[in-house]
Design a protein around this ligand. Structure first.
Ligand code: ZN
Length: 438
């Protein structure tokens, strides 16, 4: 018998749990309906407190004098966007500099970077972010946002990665290898302890690595899959028991396969999978978070200039295989969520690059790409009871756009396209500018 401790996602509701009698009404817009997968014209979204009370035909709106009516005629409303894979700590220059720039950034500075970048995502319509490997500031930032001290997206944080011993958990240059020795984990008991440590320090989910990585140091080979299956199974079952899920960074096929058969929920990158692995992922409902923007960016001339030759070789391997791998996944029916791996692909909030990759390289249409970044991503990170669609009972995380994103989804990186962004029923960004709480 599997013991599951139910831990509700109470954190999202902490800063404003009061239900309002007067409503906010987003009136007369085209509203994206995740059931028919179409925009329904002339609809009104009725918000009560933090949640959507109903979505109705604008003509049928029965309003009260106390209600706040926001006329959004001509605008397109979509669910708040979700990026399942970012690293809020750093900017692009620092993360791509393998000579040690990352480690000159002080601890508290990384926390302030996290806040700045998290808020930046709100301006671009991303109301939920999964920080996929950071440091111990993560849970504190999440709490500060949820307590209402700062505006920011719903945040899920893994904090420290649980790396595979013998490879890239020893991420980066030598001084960090020494620093991170205590993070190298071996054996089932040790893995269980690491999961509990993350839980104790406030992580929402576990990030692990089942292969080496491209930017994870010169000697971190993308083929290396070093975890024993019993270690991965123990990690996953302990995480689930504590109300968390596991995200696995994985490039080569063996690491993707091992993550999948261990029951891990999301495979990050998934660069070199074969058909057997794709079938297994589809069968088990494992999500793929493609993060093509990150890998592709490493082939740019300005990046090639600063990367060491060993890393350039890895870049070439990964980029050559990735498009084919993700096409196989798509054709076999693997569920595809949205993730940019920013700032690896060039600082933060460049969702257009990833949307473009999803349509051009994977073959998804614009509707499928939008659903990937909303409904499917919400399922991937187990928040689909709260976010991802515009339906009764969901949090009122809503983005008002000037243009129909299904005509050109890459305009989701264009700030002039953003009319308004609501998080939990509150206007947090207007015409691309943040609105801080009173
Ligand atoms: Zn990453």
């Amino acid at each position: 018998v599997k013991l599951i401790i139910e831990i509700p996602n109470v954190f999202i509701f902490q800063h404003n749990a009061k239900i309002m009698t007067n409503k906010t009404i987003l009136h007369n817009a085209s509203v994206f309906d995740s059931v028919s997968e179409k925009f329904l014209e002339a609809r009104s979204v009725v918000i009560s407190g933090q949640v959507i009370e109903t979505v109705i035909e604008a003509d049928n709106l029965d309003k009260n004098d106390k209600d706040t009516i926001i006329d959004l005629s001509g605008k397109y409303l979509i669910p708040g966007l979700i990026d399942c894979h970012v690293h809020l700590t750093f900017n692009h220059k620092v993360i791509a500099d393998l000579t040690g720039a990352m480690y000159k950034v002080k601890d508290f500075e990384t926390a302030y970077n996290g806040l700045k970048h998290a808020q930046e995502y709100l301006r671009y319509g991303f109301t939920t972010i999964r920080d996929c490997g950071g440091d111990l500031w993560g849970a504190d930032l999440r709490r500060s946002i949820n307590y209402g001290q700062f505006i920011g997206p719903n945040l899920l944080v893994s904090q420290k990665v649980i790396g595979q011993y013998g490879n890239q958990e020893l991420f980066g240059p030598r001084e960090v290898i020494n620093y991170s020795k205590n993070e190298a984990i071996s054996g089932v008991d040790s893995v269980i302890k690491a999961v509990r440590d993350r839980k104790a320090s406030g992580s929402d989910f576990i990030k692990t690595t089942t292969t080496g990585g491209v930017l994870h140091g010169k000697d971190s080979h993308v083929e290396l899959a070093l975890w024993r299956l019993e270690e991965l199974e123990a990690m996953n079952s302990e995480a689930e028991r504590l109300g968390m899920h596991v995200a696995a960074h994985a490039h080569a096929n063996q690491g993707i396969y091992n993550a999948t058969i261990s029951g891990i929920r999301t495979v990050e990158h998934g660069t070199m999978m074969n058909e057997e692995t794709a079938n297994e992922m589809a069968k088990r409902g494992t999500f793929l978070v493609p993060t093509q923007a990150a890998a592709m960016s490493l082939t740019k001339p300005e990046m090639q200039k600063i990367l060491p030759p060993e890393v350039i070789r890895k870049t070439e391997t990964v980029v050559a295989k990735m498009k084919e791998s993700h096409k196989i996944a798509y054709e076999k029916g693997v569920k595809i969520a949205f993730g940019t791996d920013a700032p690896v692909g060039g600082d933060h909030c460049h969702s257009a690059i990833e949307f473009n990759n999803m349509t051009v390289n994977i073959g998804m249409n614009e509707t499928e790409a939008l659903i990937a970044a909303t409904k499917t991503s919400a399922e991937a990170i187990k928040l689909d009871h709260l976010v991802g669609t515009l339906e009764k009972g969901k949090l009122a995380d809503i983005v008002g756009l000037e243009n129909n994103p299904l005509e050109d989804i890459t305009r989701l990186s264009d700030l002039s396209n953003y009319n308004s962004v609501f998080k939990s029923g509150k206007l947090v960004s207007k015409k691309g500018k943040l609105i801080h709480f009173d």
